[in-house]
Design a protein around this ligand. Sequence first.
Ligand code: NAD
Length: 360
Amino acid sequence: MNANDFVFIGRPARVIFGNDSIRHLEREIDLVGARRALVLCTPQQRDAGEMVAQRLGARCAGLFDQAAMHVPIEAAREARETARRLGADCAVAIGGGSTIGLGKAISLESPLPIVAIPTTYAGSEMTTIFGITEGGLKKTGRDERVLPRTVIYDPQLTLGLPASMSVTSGMNAIAHAAEGFYSVNTNPVIDLMAQEGIAAFARALPVIAHAAPGDRGEALLQARRDALYGAWLCGTVLASVDMALHHKLCHTIGGSFNLPHAETHTVILPHALAYNAPAAPEAMALAAKALGGRSAPQAAYDLARDNGAPVSLRELGMKEADLDRACDQAMQNQYPNPRALERTALRQLLQDAFEGNRPD
Ligand code: NAD
């Protein structure tokens, strides 16, 4: 293939975007050909689950509120059994990546269409990637069957996402788009989505982070709208092209040292970009422009730090003594990345991330 040739895969999700777009839920359930929905949520978002159940009335088969981080196999089995017992013919997942992940785990074994209503910016709703944890081990894979059929993005439903989680979730999304620029199988359409998605977060996160509690002003509503729009675009990038060093590092150290998902992405991103910068100058220029800075690694760092997000692995509870082991693990699997994996430089990357140093 010529260097400028590319393959573009468009996945067939139907996206409904806008304030109060939750009002279209019944219509969307009709359109997937379903009659009775099992509503999924976490225990923490039971109110949101009940709101959806109430709206559906007789079309709600039941509410399953046991979604949990990393999708434990036990919860997935119980949810599948509940759906079968109640005669549900679709699942409505309202929440973040964990709840949408539970919906995916159900549809992996039962042909239930998923209607996803994301309330964070993680982007799982756009991807065919699933993860299930069994016996402490998280197995991830890709399967077209788990892709939600319909996604309802309603910014009003994100107003309650705490500012700190909004910033780290937004940085998690920015990481998908930033790695899209230098992905081994990127394409011009993905570049556009990645630029637009990052720019939307660069506008939105400072407004969300600095809003007064209870603020419902026009600027904040616009910022919530921008952020959710960014989540859709960045999630589409994650779904469409292969990720590289940043995602592999987060997966490795997040899993091995039990670090929180979005926060780990937030801390690692500036350092992964700094590592790749010499080998991917065009990608860095696009990322810097979208972030509104001169250097992509520094602009990513500043966006996190200035909006109250953690910038060091130390803050996340990682131990300095574990950095060597983390480096060994990161060196184990080779995968396409703009810059080859070099042990000394990778170990330095981890040290910088541990200490929270601003990239040069
Ligand atoms: P999460 O879904 O684990 O949510 C964290 C907590 O925030 C939960 O208690 C949740 O109920 C709560 N919450 C969510 N939205 C809220 C809101 N608007 N207001 C108040 N509370 C709210 O967090 P996440 O970062 O969205 O997802 C992380 C998980 O998703 C990880 O396990 C990650 O591996 C997975 N993930 C998967 C993909 C994929 O493509 N498969 C993509 C991204 C993330």
